[in-house]
Design a protein around this ligand. Structure first.
Ligand code: PMV
Length: 328
């Protein structure tokens, strides 16, 4: 039995634009997905994922086991996607090790489809646990590459390398096309997360931005401007200028909103954070619902979010310096 874990992430700046080759900056956070892989004597793949929840919905089928050999009555499209990610991870493992079968158990502290990189963390941890279980140790870079291929397939080619690279490497990372690198001086930022209890559909949201961009030159310019915000943010991150980062996050959120990927609850949480005195706040990830991230060293934003209609949960998050790691 081998247990590995990998962190979720927040987008500091640059989601959506990163899909078109603009840079993005992400930070791994101390909420992790943990995967246990146990080699089996037969050639079956059994996946147990009791803790992956969405809208209070647990991934449990019949006896609580997803089994490749049985028909699964999938009750929710996002859960169907989650099953797709796990299947993809197992396919990647089969490319590396001559395997028979595995029982894979997933526990996750990261809400599903909410912009905190839940799928990337599960895929990264699953590839690490299953390959180690068979005596093979992949580098975090190789795990990131294989996990990206899984996301790319499940999301019909609409995925950047950002989430999977950040989850595999930990710390803060910068991604621009195929060029992915850790930010050496990753700053400790006072993240506050607000979660509306919902989720967005990444594929649909990415497709929406793509069609706006194709239809209107100003939408294409908006995507480029997001890239410029990220470039400006790189200076702020090296000087740990939280006020400037906050201002850039606010600008970035406005442009994401213009591109149609925010929502009433995300906007409400962003405004609550700003009113509470946060340096800045924005949605994180694909949008449509899910999470916002704010920068606030005081307790004020978390307190304000607790009373914001549409906010179901709020918590602080720390930069996680560890990427994928073996637990036992
Ligand atoms: O919501 P998430 O964590 O799946 O992030 C999606 C980020 C996008 O830039 C919209 C898509 C991508 O693959 O980079």
């Amino acid at each position: 039995m081998t247990v590995s874990s990998a962190p979720g992430k927040v987008y500091l700046l640059g989601e959506h634009a990163v899909v078109y080759g603009e840079p993005a900056m992400l930070c791994a956070i101390d909420r992790r997905a943990t995967v246990t892989a146990t080699a089996r004597d037969d050639d079956r793949i059994r996946v147990q994922a009791r803790d992956l929840t969405i809208d209070g919905f647990s991934v449990e089928y019949g006896d609580g086991v997803v089994d490749e050999s049985t028909d699964i009555d999938v009750p929710h499209p996002l859960i169907e996607a989650a099953v797709g990610y796990v299947d993809g991870a197992v396919e990647q493992v089969k490319e590396v090790v001559d395997t028979t079968g595995f029982t894979i158990t997933i526990e996750s502290e990261i809400p599903l489809g909410a912009g905190l990189g839940s799928s990337a963390a599960v895929v990264v941890a699953a590839i690490d646990a299953a390959t180690r279980e068979m005596g093979v140790e992949l580098t975090p870079e190789e795990i990131a590459q294989r996990a990206y291929r899984v996301e790319y397939d499940v999301q019909d080619g609409q995925a950047s390398r950002a989430d999977t690279f950040c989850s595999a490497m930990g710390k803060a990372v910068r991604v621009e096309g195929d060029d992915c690198r850790p930010i050496e001086e990753s700053p400790e930022l006072p993240f506050v997360i607000g979660f509306d209890g919902g989720a967005g559909d990444t594929g649909t949201l990415v497709a929406g931005v793509r069609s706006l961009k194709e239809e209107y030159e100003f939408a294409a310019d908006t995507v480029e401007t997001i890239g410029n915000i990220v470039r400006t943010g790189e200076r702020a991150i090296t000087t740990e200028d939280q006020q400037e980062l906050g201002r850039l996050m606010n600008f970035n959120h406005g442009l994401l909103s213009a591109l149609g990927v925010s929502s009433r609850s995300l906007d409400a949480m962003v405004w609550a954070a700003r009113d509470a005195g946060a340096f800045g706040a924005k949605l994180t990830g694909a949008g449509g619902g899910g999470c916002i991230v704010a920068l606030d060293p005081t307790p004020d934003t978390a307190t304000a979010l607790q009373y914001t209609p549409g906010c179901e949960e709020t918590f602080r998050a720390e930069l996680d310096h560890d990427g994928v790691r073996v637990e036992s």
